[in-house]
Write a protein that binds this ligand. Structure first.
Ligand code: NAI
Length: 398
């Protein structure tokens, strides 16, 4: 099979795919709609990052494309619904940069406590500000983590190792790691924490979650860290709290509006505040994370193309199947989710006299995904007849 990798995806992905027997075409840049329409016809799968937009038109024209893989976290550059309806699963890498974000947060907790970025900047300007005033150890302090998911729980483990007392609040009941203490609600967490770090997704409940009312409930002189989503914190309210001294400092990696590329100027009301660490949305941007993304997504690609495994797909019914037995052939069928499909498939199987060695079906409101193994000799005829059903969207024989 032929795979196109765009946008300078880490070399490890190419190597992994080639070792699995695929032909890989690795390109440095993104492609526009016209280029995608003319190129994708020649490939079985495409890998991209955030700049390549997969529109409904691209999907419509993409011929026999089997899978689209986002070598990043976000998938909003891909029209997921169109891909679903054309039987194309989309994979991404939700966890490969979890640790990178957690480490940045730990660095920020220490940096804020010791005013590192400020004194460093002064020293660069020739100012020798040797003083213990307002410099603190983090040991024994309370860290409140809002959103105890993948990143939040990693921050928890790392923080505890430095003697920090960890508290967390999540809308879902989560198992505490180590000695972390769950809080019944956000208020309880805010009242007790010297540092409050946000690790929530962008949802209607987290949009503008941090307002002046919320900040008011925090400890006098606490620190706020946001490396989640820019929409979570109302920047004007944060600025006011920092200027008034209610908050001693903040570290912000994500913003309501961010430059589209490195050539655009970054505008924020937080600029110029010496008690604020500003970073350009680099929480997950490490070479290790890029390599881990290359590995994670190319593995998803290989398992789907070779075995039909759709675990981790963001727009598709999940079937976590192993490899077919040696003596079997696997037929994979994506079909419209309408009554009678499985009964028609079963009729074909029995008319051929084939024996089903493995079968798994999963559905979503639009489509059904069927993975079926039969004795090798029956595979081609079975696949051909299933493909001919007018409910079939995509059928392939492995
Ligand atoms: P996750 O989905 O594993 O965890 C999020 C947690 O927040 C879940 O446990 C969820 O139940 C909880 N949650 C949702 N709404 C909540 C609410 N209203 N109050 C309290 N808890 C709530 O997500 P993960 O992987 O830990 O990512 C967290 C955030 O970090 C996301 O917003 C993601 O976009 C962001 N992120 C930022 C990066 C950066 O470069 N700065 C890189 C990677 C992720």
């Amino acid at each position: 099979m032929d795979i196109l990798l765009l946008e300078n995806i880490h070399q490890v992905a190419k190597t992994n795919l080639e070792n699995a027997g695929f032909n890989v075409d690795l390109r440095k840049s993104a492609m526009n709609e016209d280029e995608l329409i003319s190129e994708l016809k020649n490939y079985d799968a495409v890998g991209l990052r955030s700049k390549t937009k997969i529109t409904p038109k691209v999907i419509e024209e993409a011929g026999n494309l089997l899978s689209i893989c986002a070598f990043c976290i976000g998938t909003n550059q891909i029209h997921l619904n169109s891909a679903n309806q054309r039987g194309i699963p989309v994979f991404n890498a939700p966890y490969s940069n979890t640790r990178s974000v957690a480490e940045l947060v730990i660095a920020e907790i220490i940096s804020l406590s010791r005013r590192l970025t400020h004194v460093s900047m002064l020293a660069h300007q020739g100012v020798w500000e040797k003083s213990a005033t307002n410099a603190h150890e983090v040991r024994g302090k309370n860290l409140g983590i809002v959103g105890y998911g993948h990143i939040g729980s990693q921050v928890s483990v790392l923080a505890e190792a430095m003697g920090i007392n960890v508290f967390y609040y999540d809308i879902v009941k989560k198992l505490p790691l180590g000695n972390a203490t769950p809080c019944a609600n956000l208020e309880e967490l805010l009242e007790i924490s010297d540092f409050v770090s946000f690790h929530v997704p962008e949802t209607s409940s987290t949009k503008n979650m941090v307002t002046k009312e919320v900040i008011k409930q925090m400890k006098q002189g606490a620190y706020l860290i946001n490396a989640s989503r820019g929409s979570v914190v109302v920047i004007e309210d944060l600025v006011e709290a920092l200027q008034s001294g209610k908050l001693r400092g903040a570290a912000v990696d994500v913003f309501p509006s961010e430059p589209k590329n490195n050539d655009e100027e970054f505008h924020s009301l937080l600029r110029g505040l010496d008690n604020v660490i500003l970073t350009p949305h680099i929480g997950g941007s490490t070479e290790e994370a890029q390599e881990a993304i290359g590995m994670e997504v190319s593995e998803s690609m290989i398992r789907f193309l070779n075995d039909g495994f759709t675990g981790g797909a963001v727009n598709f019914p999940v079937i976590e199947c192993g490899k077919p037995q040696e003596s079997a052939r696997r037929v994979i069928n994506v079909h419209k989710n309408v009554p009678g499909v499985i009964s028609n498939v079963t009729k074909i199987v029995s008319s051929l006299g084939a024996n089903i060695m493995y079968q798994n079906l999963n559905t979503d409101p639009n489509i059904g995904y069927l993975v079926m193994d039969v004795q090798a000799g029956y595979g081609p005829e079975l696949s051909e007849q299933i493909a001919a059903l007018d409910t079939s969207i995509k059928t392939r024989l492995l």
